[in-house]
Design a protein around this ligand. Sequence first.
Ligand SMILES: [Zn+2]
Length: 375
Amino acid sequence: MNNNGVNSIEIKKINRQTIYKFLYRHEPISIQEIAYTLNMSLPTVTQNIKELYERGLVIKTGLFESTGGRKAKAISYNSTARYAIGLDVTRNHIGAVLIDLSGKVIKNERRQFPFINSKEYFKGVGNYVQAFIEDYNINTKDILGVGIALPAIIAPDRETVSYATVIDFKGGKVSAFSEYIPYPCVFSNDANAAGFAEMWGDETFENVVYLSLNNSVGGSIIIKKNIYEGYNNRSGEFGHMTIVPNGRACYCGKKGCVDAYCSAKLLSDSTNGNIAEFFRLLSIGNKEQKLIWEEYVSHLVIAVNNLRMLFDCNVILGGYAGAYMDDYIGEIRELASKYNTFEVDGSYLRVCKYKLETTAVGAALILVEDFIKNI
Ligand SMILES: [Zn+2]
């Protein structure tokens, strides 16, 4: 075997990926500037751009003045070369998104669709996915696949559920879904997917803790842009940190877990499950909601401060409840900082930027990331 041959193929692949990743993160730019910025030779860049262009992965977006006064072609990655579908499977609903390579949401939908571990259910999901993209004239070969986020612990193969209590799917396989879906499917944990979406495209910070305040509380830990999975893929299970010894019963069977105090349900139970209505009533100073909110926040800030003490990085409030907290972030920061040994301000605490279907977007972005890695 000729080692030099293998090496040159590897180098070629690395160059192609470097150029594509660079284009993915930047505004349209000339071949000359790509070569200059990446410290590559002009022929190398030209050859790679030609190949990527022939594959439809980059586009020429027009002419602009280059430094020599000569008009140069601007090169950009083609955000509509591929698409990905994301599903957020919950106990009672399915949220779905269709995104392009940039992560832009082309379509999103959420509907009642109770999870049942049965062939009828998985077949129903398959039909739903087909109908969901029907209106869009997308070539099926341009669909990277379907990312399926579950309220469950996922094994490292991304195809098996190793633990689940919110839905009855322990030991479940991705093949249960993919039997009825004609695209590659991968599982992800719901909170990890949401955290991943929040970090996507953000160059300003590398480490973040995402606290997912849905009807069950979870989260994810992202270190250097990668999800920290833990040894059993159980990292970020913030919902089951004990904050009140012998406290309220948690659905997991233990007592005093964060989930029993910070689930979005505690808020929306007062408004027939409607979280938007809860925050509307809170905003107009309705007494019942105000009392519920104060009690809720008093526990939330303990969880938040614990996360700050543990990770010393930004903490994002997400999930159904987190998405509504923009107007209250000042108050929450102030209360959280009262527990903080080192800091007087709580500016490390943020509200999520994606307000809709974050989890489904993140599940789909995992396929986009795979695609970029293997370009
Ligand atoms: Zn628990």
